[in-house]
Design a protein around this ligand. Structure first.
Ligand SMILES: *Cc1c(COP(=O)(O)O)cnc(C)c1O
Length: 233
């Protein structure tokens, strides 16, 4: 299957109103370009440096979502490139984004990343801390809280992800019902190549898909540890 065929098939399969984010980590600008030509409109990037490289080729012909953990010292560049940051999980990061957005006169839509599996090493905040963080982030005039994102734990069986998606959806509805000023619970970003169908059943309206668009990754000097991010950039 080519990238073009993969994208066409996915776009035909997704219900109306669901946004497809092509998760592009480790992919070349040429591969991303092929996805765009087949109808992808949003590129998801995990690293600011990789995003810069792709952005320099593709620019505003796509929308750009940050889907990896954002380090505060990368916020300035991130704010210039991205149309949405899906991974906000601290007030300190929000402050940094606010500062750079204010300078640019830009308002940044953000999703709050929920660590629905409560895994200690993972980014995101625990579900029970989300409302407090959202009330704080809602104070920043250049940020717009627009929903929630979750990864969920990685399992062999995609069905095992379902309870984590259900919990995140419940939280999404609970926060929506709080009617916090300056907060719009519009987007729920859940599901990847092996879990997106389950995520859709549980209410996702953004899915982030890499492998099912671009194919298996070539053996590549990973893993994607914080050390790599620091070292590489
Ligand atoms: C890589 C990645 C995806 C896509 O994963 P696939 O299994 O390749 O579809 C989605 N979300 C995030 C945050 C990712 O890092």
């Amino acid at each position: 299957m080519t990238i073009r065929e993969n994208v066409r098939r996915l776009l035909a399969e997704l219900p109306p109103g669901v946004l497809l984010v092509a998760a592009a980590k480790g992919r070349s600008p040429q591969e991303i370009q092929e996805a765009l030509e087949a109808g992808v409109q949003i590129i998801g990037e995990n690293y600011v440096q990789e995003a810069e490289r792709a952005f320099s080729v593709i620019g505003r012909r796509a929308q750009w979502h940050m889907i990896g953990h954002l380090q505060r010292n990368k916020a300035k560049r991130a704010v210039e490139i991205f149309d949405m940051i899906e991974t906000l999980d601290s007030v300190k990061l929000a402050q940094e984004i606010e500062k750079h957005c204010a300078r640019l006169g830009k308002r940044m839509p953000v999703l709050i990343e929920i660590n629905s599996g409560r895994e200690p090493q993972k980014s995101g905040i625990f579900p029970e801390d989300a409302a407090t963080l959202i009330r704080e982030v809602a104070q920043f005039p250049h940020l717009k809280v627009s929903g929630l994102m979750t990864m969920g734990p990685r399992f062999g069986d995609p069905e095992d992800a379902r309870p984590y998606f259900q919990e995140t959806k419940k939280l999404f509805e609970r926060i929506k019902a709080l009617h916090i000023p300056n907060v719009e619970m519009k987007y729920l970003s859940m599901g990847m190549s092996n879990t997106y169908q389950i995520a859709l059943e549980e209410g996702a309206n953004i899915v982030r898909i890499g492998t099912k668009i671009f194919g298996e990754t070539h053996p590549h000097p990973q893993p994607l540890s914080p050390a790599r991010e620091r070292g590489a950039e």
